[in-house]
Design a protein. Sequence first.
Length: 256
Amino acid sequence: MINNISILGSGKMAASIIKGVCKSYETEVIARDQNRLDELKDEFKDDISVFRLHNGFDIEGKNIILCVKPHALEEVASKLQGKANSLLSVMAGVSLEKLGFNIDAAHTLRAMPNLAATYGKSMTTICGDETFKDEALRICSTFGGALWLGSEKEIDIATALAGSGPAFLAIVAEALSDAAVKEGLKREDAKILTQGLFEGFAPLLKDNHPSLLKEAVMSPGGTTAAGVCALEERSVRDAFIKAIHFAYERARELKG
């Protein structure tokens, strides 16, 4: 079992992951921007150590979570030397093959968290070197739930669902709130009700199939039936299916 993590990157996702990881692992953060490193140090205090990335930065034996933008992979990799123990990349669309070509590691894996990691509620999917499976699940469980997948194709699909999903749900939340305002509800009240709706829905979905939830609310000739009919007439279900499809196709394109 490992006890140290090196997070390479300093953006929003890196900060979200740090918040969970630093409670269970000795954590260091490596980035190019010294000002951003100073901000993270101010936020996390003694829970992390920070180092500026420089040419010849030694990663020998480190357990790295790679949190840089995909277009920055080659530039960042060119500054590294040595062989890491593990490399866990959260970059969308960057294949295991490309990771292995750029950064030397004994174990190479991909993970796809989402922004809910900020609250310890990410649903993170992982694939790659199965000999590091248990440790990878343990790491990702520090900032939410974690699920092992058997192939890169599956993690690309998961990227479309769990990775892009918060944006799709944000559209739903915004539309529901706007609709209530249109009908005469105060904006702040609509916002509070929408937030409560999403918060209460999560535990319901955990214990019930979506179709059963719909049936439980949809009484004959009632308000929900009228609303569901309007959604079906406007092909909302098909729109979400296509959203996942195109997001998945884009994830495949990014792999080149």
